[in-house]
Every structure is written in C-alpha cells, then in structure tokens.
Design a protein around this ligand. Structure first.
Ligand SMILES: [Zn+2]
Length: 271
C-alpha cells in the first residue's frame, strides 16, 4: 500500500531500543515521529502497517455490523448485550492506537503507556466477554451467579493490573491464564454439571479460547520470522498471525454469546 511517499525507513539496529522487541524483523521501521506523521503512516508501507490494518479493519466492521446481529430487544437483561458489544470492540481499539503511535517522539514513556492501553483492551475482552458466560451458566442459581460475577470482576481488576504492568510477553500471557482457567471451570460445569447455556455454544467457546491461546503462543515463539529473519518484516509475521487469530476468536465469542442469548429466551429454570 503506497498512497503517500513516506520517510526513509530504518533497519533494526537504527531503531530506538524500546522498539527493538523482535530481532527477527530486520527492516521497515518508521523513524521517531510526531502524532501527525504517525497518522500519515497509514498510507505507506512499513513493518507496523499490517498490524494496524489487521485490527483496524475488523474494528470498523464490528462497530457497524455487530449491533445488527445482537438481539437487544429479545433479552431481559440488556446489559449483557452492551457488555458483549464492548467486549468485541475493546481489543482492536487499543491495538490500533498502540501500533499506529508506538514510534511517537514521546519515546519510551509514550510507548509504555500505549502498550498498557493495548493490554487493557485484551483484558477487557477477557473480562467483559466472560460476564455473559457466567450469567448464562449460573442462570438458575441467582445468588451464586451474582457472587461469581462480583468475584470475577474483582479478580479481573488484579489481572488487568498484572497485564498492564508486565514487562515481557511471557508475563503478559501469564496474566491472562487464570481468567482462561476460570472460564474453563465454567465450561466443565456446563458439560458435566448442571450449568445452563445453549448446547451449541460450548464448542464455540472452546474454539474461541483455543484460538486466543494459540495466537498468544505464536506471538511469544516468534514463528515464522525466527526461521527466516527478514522475510516476514512487512507481512505474515507472528504478531500479525496473532492479530488474525484474535479476530477469529472474537467472531467465535460473538457466535457463542448470540447462541446463549437465544437459549435464555426459550429456557425456563426448573422450580
Ligand atoms: Zn498487536
């Protein structure tokens, strides 16, 4: 994509140390820029362009199209729909801002703030995305349901703190593990206990979490660029693969939640 002739791009060795987080991406680094210059980088090729668009385009698509497939008027608790919509939007929003402005002239301080914003978006989809799951799974146990929602929100706040203050990708991945384990225990309660939910949604939720975990692992092990450094500088590197998996994971979250909302409408808790 070359709509605008950009500045001279830098090699890995010439880019500021805080932007040297993937030694297998050798070229295509934008120079330190003003906010306006960062915005202009939407229109010329560099090694963050793929990251910006793999989350920027889905963000716009979700923003416009998701409201049409959410059954706002058919559920008693509209908050579930609002929370689900925000969950689907949050990871892509923080990510676009982070990737677009990471080379801002404010330096490492601005970079760290933007990275925390990116992590905050990922935490939000984990936290908000799980609230409808808890609501549906414990639908027939209102007291336990409310207590679980409160405990989950409280523990999520701690997870957000851990993820936004982590200083490497392994620590960030670890900050999300307990939330995944919490969801997994809800899935077990659905599969083998007396938890509520559509029979079709459980499979979709498991695919959702598998895609997210797989994306996180690919990002940490930096494959394929580790195998052939320099070949995937602009397109096809591990971070972009993770972005695509995150989008697929959000789509599965949406399908599964819509299934559950339809199930609630037709279900009557036993006396
Ligand atoms: Zn990213």
């Amino acid at each position: 994509m070359v709509l605008y002739k950009g500045p001279q791009l830098l090699d890995f060795a010439k880019t500021p140390p805080h932007l040297q987080f993937n030694k297998y991406v050798l070229t295509g680094y934008r120079p330190v820029s003003t906010a306006q210059e960062c915005l202009r980088s939407l229109f010329y090729m560099h090694n963050e362009l793929g990251n910006i668009y793999t989350h920027g385009i889905p963000f716009l698509v979700f923003l416009v199209l998701l409201p049409f497939s959410i059954p706002w008027m058919e559920v008693d608790s509209v908050w579930i729909c609002v929370v689900h919509y925000l969950a689907c939007l949050s990871p892509t929003m923080g990510s676009v801002v982070y990737h677009l402005f990471m080379n801002h002239m404010g330096g490492e301080h601005v970079y760290d703030t933007l990275l925390s914003l990116d992590m905050f978006g990922v935490c939000l989809v984990n936290t908000l995305g799980a609230l409808p799951i808890i609501h549906v799974t414990l639908l027939c146990y209102p007291t336990i349901q409310q207590a679980t929602l409160l405990v989950y929100i409280f523990l999520s706040a701690y997870g957000i703190y851990r993820a936004t203050t982590a200083y490497n990708s392994i620590m960030r991945l670890r900050a999300f593990v307990w939330q995944a384990l919490f969801r997994f225990s809800l899935f077990l309660f659905r599969a083998y206990g007396s938890g509520g939910g559509s029979p079709n949604s459980l499979r979709l939720f498991v695919i959702m979490d598998s895609l997210a975990v797989l994306g996180g692992v690919v990002n940490v092990i930096q494959i394929p660029e580790r195998l052939i450094p320099g070949l995937f500088d602009n397109w096809g590197n591990s971070h972009q693969i993770m972005h695509v998996m995150v989008i697929c994971s959000i789509i599965y979250l949406h399908w599964a939640t819509v299934e559950d909302l339809a199930w609630i409408k037709a279900y009557q808790c036993p006396m």
